[in-house]
Write a protein that binds this ligand. Structure first.
Ligand code: F6R
Length: 611
């Protein structure tokens, strides 16, 4: 994904900008560039296709120096990866802009600007912003005023930074749908899309909020909110290691990562949602064209990632009317697969290095699939490098062996895929897409509500402390959620756990049910609820103890042998994401009670790079 770094100082900032870009490399990108306002007052830039090291090399051969600059790593959305499409983009060599996100109305604006005499040198949506800002500066010579007027004309998502030859004492930035953070120094200030990029120069940060515009000078920072009012944003001191390498206030990485889910789901959505639609270009510049040809989807993954794929199958068929098959990679790679025409091959992986998933992708490339899409958490992984399209989950490093935040962000990414395919094919009504986009925006808050049930789930976990076997039940898209719940429990507590579609109970597993076998169920309030209730009666009649995570309006009552945990209400399509949370918490607390090594369970490794 794209990354932004900016700096204004009394010293040459070139090395700071390049180091910042290097720190953002993990996000994945295809080209990099930097612009400095040089000592002669000119905007100079270097851009290179490929790695930041290529850019650094170019800067060694043809050095640039300046006290004000912006830099960018680009992950192509509009226009192929190329030097001409790499940022920063110029207008008249007077204005330079870097941008993360997608400008939805770029075509209309481009036509208008061409009419005004602007000449475009790239295929990007970003160049539109540079020319628009340049044009606005003629009327409003102050760059902050000009930026405020410019962003009013942009539809879509952006985090952007601009500098201007005529105003060498400031850097301006705007945030809407794509994050930006200001780094505070002494007599120097910085900007980045992720504070990671600036840890080399400061530990004090100010996070811009949605709709904010900022003017950053050497000695001061001014911020306006969406209404144009001057605002003060909190100044946050960063403690080294607070993000990834440190458990912070949590006892285990797993618990920390479970609690990070609202934040990382928010990050996974950032820059990918328009007003009422998913921005299809978030999947890459060729995505819309490729998606239009897709008639089937084949998903391949392992473990938890496979469970995410199983949920997506329900979504793709129900919401986008696209037939979908899902298979574990270790089976897929050795099976003679009959490839349906126009099938998109989708691999899902946290690490992007899982041997079976990678081998399945490599085989698939010889098998006549329409194209390949990787849904992955690591931008520089083999899976990403070798796939035609990528959508990165923004879960950040996952340290606990048991996957938690990677799973929920994969589900979010797969929902974005579903909505994109439905949109491109016209199989999903625009009103329904708008509703789902709205609900996706609310999802981080819902996840926060589910996490607030932490203590309730901790109490429930006591029921499992002495047990040896459990059953997890779900129906529809909640069946894979039950599978994921069972996998989590067995992985870290070593209790034997099996998941079944609830309707299968009487076809065999009911024989196992007795008072020593707790049965966990996820029960959102949907059309399968009544059927699920009858299945649960079958369990109660055999003396089985029930733990039901149910919608507050699903009319379950706590009674002897039935423990009901009321879940926040959520639209059915997104329920699998929400109902995953209490199951993660349950397995965590059971493992803690049993005294196992939660973050590094026996026999398991985080990234399975062998077959
Ligand atoms: C379970 C877990 C594993 C992984 C699986 C695939 O908690 O973490 O089942 O999901 O090994 O790994 P990735 O997603 O890296 O391909």
């Amino acid at each position: 994904m794209c990354g932004i770094v900016g700096a204004i100082a009394e010293r040459n900032v070139t090395a700071i900008l390049v180091e910042g870009l290097k720190r953002l490399e993990y996000r994945g990108y295809d080209s990099a560039g930097v612009t400095l306002l040089d000592n002669h007052g000119r905007l100079e830039r270097r851009r290179r296709l490929g790695k930041v090291s290529e850019l650094a090399h170019a800067l060694q051969e043809q050095p640039l120096a300046g006290k004000l600059g912006i830099a960018h790593t680009r992950w192509a959305t509009h226009g192929a990866p190329s030097e001409a499409n790499a940022h920063p983009h110029f207008s008249g060599e007077q204005v330079a802009v870097v941008h993360n996100g997608i400008i939805e109305n770029h075509e209309v604006l481009r036509e208008r600007l061409i009419g005004l005499g602007y000449v475009f040198t790239s295929q990007t949506d970003t160049e539109v912003i540079a020319h628009l800002l340049h044009h606005t500066l003629k009327e409003l010579p102050d760059i902050a005023d000009a930026l405020k007027a410019t962003v009013k004309q942009l539809h879509g998502a952006y985090g952007l930074a601009a500098i201007c030859m005529a105003q060498p004492d400031r850097l301006v930035a705007a945030r809407s749908g794509s994050p930006l953070v200001i780094g505070l120094g002494l007599g120097e200030n910085f900007l980045a899309s992720d504070q990671l990029a600036l840890r080399q120069v400061t530990d004090r940060f100010v996070y811009l909020e949605e709709g904010d515009i900022a003017e950053i000078r050497r000695e001061s920072v001014q911020i306006w909110d969406a209404s144009g009012a001057v605002v003060q944003r909190e100044n946050v001191q960063y403690h080294e290691g607070a993000e990834a390498a440190d458990k912070g206030i949590y006892r285990h990485f797993m618990l920390k990562e479970i609690h990070e889910q609202p934040k990382v789901v928010q990050r996974t959505l950032e820059g990918r949602l328009g007003q009422n639609q998913v921005l299809v270009q978030a999947f890459g510049p060729q995505a819309a064209e490729l998606f239009a040809k897709v008639r089937n989807v084949q998903i391949v993954a392992c473990g938890t990632s496979y469970h995410a794929g199983m949920v997506a199958r329900y979504w793709l068929e129900e919401l986008a009317s696209i037939p979908c098959q899902v298979e574990v990679a270790s089976e897929f790679r050795y099976r003679k697969v009959m490839v349906q025409p126009d099938t998109l091959f989708v691999s899902i992986s946290q690490s992007g290095e899982t041997a079976d998933t990678l081998a399945a992708l490599r085989n698939a490339k010889q098998m006549g699939y329409l194209g390949s899409l990787a849904i992955c958490n690591v931008g520089i992984s083999s899976l990403v490098r070798e796939s035609d399209l990528t959508l990165l989950t923004q879960a950040g490093p996952e340290i606990g062996v048991a996957s938690t935040k990677a799973f929920t962000t994969q589900l979010v990414a797969l929902m974005l895929l579903t909505l994109s395919l439905g949109q491109v094919h016209g199989t999903l009504a625009p009103a329904q897409e708008a509703l789902l986009v709205e609900e996706l925006r609310r999802l981080p808050v819902r996840l926060g509500e589910a996490l607030a049930m932490d203590t309730t789930v901790e109490h429930i976990s006591e029921l499992f402390a002495e047990k040896h076997h459990t059953l997890f039940l779900g129906r529809g898209a909640q069946f894979p959620v039950a599978m994921e719940g069972a996998l989590k429990l067995k992985e870290i507590s070593y209790i034997h756990a099996e998941a079944y579609p609830a309707g299968e109970l009487k076809h065999g597993p009911l024989a196992l049910v007795d008072s020593d076998m707790p049965v966990v169920t996820v029960a959102p309030n949907n059309e399968l609820l009544e059927k699920l209730k009858s299945n649960l009666q079958e369990v109660r009649a055999r003396g089985g103890e029930l733990i039901v995570f149910a919608d507050a309006e699903a009319n379950f009552t706590d009674e002897v042998g039935v423990h009901v945990v009321a879940m926040p209400h959520i639209i059915d399509a997104l329920a699998p994401i929400l109902y995953t949370v209490p199951l993660q918490l349950l397995s965590y607390y059971v493992a803690v009670l049993r005294g196992t090594d939660v973050d590094q369970p026996r026999n398991l490794a985080k990234s399975v790079t062998v077959e």
